[in-house]
Design a protein around this ligand. Sequence first.
Ligand code: SF4
Ligand code: SF4
Length: 201
Amino acid sequence: MEGDPAMTTAAPALVPGRSCGSCTLCCKLMRIPELDKPRLEWCPNCDVGKGCRIYSERPGSCRAFHCGYLAFPYLDARWFPAKARLVVAFQATRLAIHVDPARPAAWRQEPFYRQIRDWALQGARTRRQVLVWQGNEVIAVLPDGEKSLGAVRDDQLIITREKRGPDGRMRWDAFVAERDDPRFADWDGRPAPLRDSGRGT
Ligand code: SF4
Ligand code: SF4
C-alpha cells in the first residue's frame, strides 16, 4: 500500500471507536522495561481478557503504546489482536509483529502475511525494519525475502542493510550485532540498529 501510515507516521491518532475491549495480548507478548517484565509472560497487573488492574498508574511505556489495530483504520477487525494472535507495534525505525507463541504461524496467514510483505517493501523506501518476533526468535522480513535471526537479546542490535552479492546485484541482509560494536556506533537507526526503547518493540 503506497503511503501506508504505518510506515510514515510515528504517532498516529487512534481510530475512532476502536478500543482494546477484551484484548490484553500486548500485556503478555511485549517487554515492559519499567516492570522488568520479559516478553511472553503475563504482566502481574493484567486481568487477562479484561484489562489493567493499575490502569491509572500504569508505566509510561504502557501509556504510550497503541498497537497497529488501534492506530490504522485499514487494519480491519481481522487484525484484532486477541483474535489474530499478533500485535503490531511501530516505531520510527521499526515495525514489529509480536506473535503469540501459542499460534506461532499466525503471521503467515492471510490477510496478515501479504500486509507484512508489503510493509517490508515499503520499509526499503522509508528505511524502516520489519521484524517478526516469534517468542524471542526474530525473523527479519526483507524486501526480497526473510532471514531468521534466532534468539535475540534485548541488549543486542539488529542490523538490516543492502549489500552487493557476488553476481553484482544488491540484496537485503539482516544480522545481529553487539550493542557496543564500534562498527555501528554512529548508526542513525534507519533502518537499524533497533535499540529497544519504551515497550520493547
Ligand atoms: S494489543 Fe492492542 S488492542 Fe490488544 S490490549 Fe494491546 S493495545 Fe489494546
Ligand atoms: S501495567 Fe497494565 S497495561 Fe502495562 S503491561 Fe501490565 S497489565 Fe498491561
